[in-house]
Design a binder for this molecule. Structure first.
Ligand code: HEC
Length: 123
């Protein structure tokens, strides 16, 4: 029989505790980061334009954006300055589907949508 020193015998338990705590604490921060990365990720290129979320919503999300095709102004995306945003999940999902498709050429997964929302709501 292998005789482990006491400290090692408890290592899996300690690691388990650390891991579960670490995961709980890290989860929201990881979501925000993933959302931010997705937001700034370059999308597809069409007509020599590299599409991004910022193409219409701008890079400073506390400032209004402007639709690249229609020229219409868009309310800032930061929830802190646009409290009306992200209230209606039907509207949110509709636009996320439409905008991910336009920007990346494919839909965002439910997880990516949640990460994007976590990021935008944190601003
Ligand atoms: C071609 C222009 C355009 C691009 C690019 C674009 N959006 Fe939008 N987005 C709009 C318009 C137009 C609306 C609807 C009007 C509004 O809410 O300001 C909108 C609304 C939204 C909403 C709904 C917000 C709410 O009020 O509930 C979300 C979320 C959103 N966009 C996320 C994104 C993300 C994420 C990307 C990048 C993947 C992106 N958008 C890229 C034009 C764009």
């Amino acid at each position: 029989m292998i005789c482990l020193p006491h400290s090692l015998r408890y290592a899996p338990l300690l690691l388990g505790l650390l891991w579960s705590n670490g995961t709980l604490a890290a989860e929201p921060a990881a979501n925000l980061l993933a959302g931010q990365q997705l937001w700034s990720q370059p999308g597809i290129t069409k007509n020599q334009l590299q599409r991004r979320c910022a193409t219409c919503h701008g890079t400073n999300l506390t400032q209004p954006g402007q639709h690249i095709l229609t020229g219409k102004p868009l309310a800032p995306m930061a929830a802190s300055v646009s409290p009306d945003r992200y209230q209606d999940m039907e509207k949110v999902t509709l636009w996320l589907n439409r905008n991910c498709q336009w920007t990346f050429g494919q839909l965002c997964t439910p997880q990516q949508q949640a990460q994007l929302l976590a990021y935008l709501k944190s601003l």
